[in-house]
Design a protein around this ligand. Sequence first.
Ligand SMILES: [Zn+2]
Length: 480
Amino acid sequence: MKKFALMLLLMLLFVVVLPGHGQAAAGQNKILLDGQELTAGQGVPVENVNNSIMVPLRMIAENLGYKVDWNQTSKTVTIEQQGKTMQLIVNQTAASVDGKTVILNTAPLLRNNTTLVPIRFIGEQFGLTVKWDNTKKIVELITPQVPDPNIDTGEGNGGGGGVVVPPGEPASNLSMINGISFNENRLSIALEGNVQPSVSKMSGPDRIVIDLPNATFSDVFGSGQALDPNLNGKLEITDYPDVSGIRYSLYSTDPYTVRFVIDLNTAKNYSVDISGDSSKLIVVDLNAQSTVDTSTQPGNSGRKLVVLDAGHGAKDSGAVGVTGKYEKNFNLAVILKAAELLKQENKIDVVLTRSDDTFLELKDRAAMANNLKADLFISVHANSSGSSAASGTETYYQREASKALANVMHKYLVEATGLSNRGVRYGNFHVIRETKMPAVLLEVGYLSNRKDEALLFTEALQNSVAASMVSGIKEYLGIQ
Ligand SMILES: [Zn+2]
């Protein structure tokens, strides 16, 4: 208690003693700490993004007195306070608190080289009460009267802006499950890491249980599939008579285990196939000869599987814009937004080749789509040219079979960017050449052009490009 009071006093002194930062935030939003207005710093206003109040990182450091560290290369924010460590990464909803994975409602973002972070989530993690008055646009931070030593986990389901995964071993070295799909009586699980699944058949009711040790769901799994705050979800299966549904959950955190259950209408045999190196695909195939029901029905009239590919990643930044922005970040932002929209489509499954700033070989991207027997493959990029005047939107195909998809996607994409229409073009790109399904590569705009670059890094443009991709995919697949 004494220690807490001292800390609180130091925090308040810190606020009072820094008159140089006394101006109000540039925006209309205000932040009060125990009734006292805080400064946003650097003239970057507080923003309301999807109902998450985002504040400049510097404000946290200067006004709340938390220890804040920023890693420019990995775009990672580390915040330490009261022995607790939190890590957030720009454009990623997966964060960690003391090594445990946490899913944020809104990812940290960059504005004019200032990192904005969700204040509610951070405040609540460190024991502050956070209130938002939407009429007056005021965020109120209230320090607790009596510190609660257990103010740690377990309150994630409140309005905390995030979900705290129950405690267990640290989330390092865990395999990350990126997505699943069910096609032709096969459950495919895409993941990164080394996993030996344990698969067993159970009866009463009939089901197949797949346990993946040392695994958890990546942030992108929740973008592609239903996943509730307690990390449970369900894939509705309607087109396969043998299967009534597929359930999944983070079954245990000690040790970390993800469990998939294929609920069966009739007892089935199965075979398991594992392929890939660091990006793995586990396929549980129900087409194996059944001891009970000898008729196999690999119906393929069901859900469609779309693989979305964010170009480049990690050490490969892709094109670098006139003001130094990286193509890889643009590509990923658009792909995550498109995946979020596609999740709402009940006839489409989506799997992403990458869900964060990781590096993936081109052949692994194509192999992932081929192994999954995806119906469509769409890669998002931004272009660059020696001429700073070059501007506009292009869509590329490599194989004849992809041309119709390219035409449909381009129609919506051009409308979404509002940039000049540079047409549907042939391009000998690896990922659209080596994939076996209709595949296109979108060059949304030119990062070498000042106007295009600025536009491409706006939330509005990224949202409309994502929406245009969904429109194109649905029209091409004939889904209403
Ligand atoms: Zn590119």
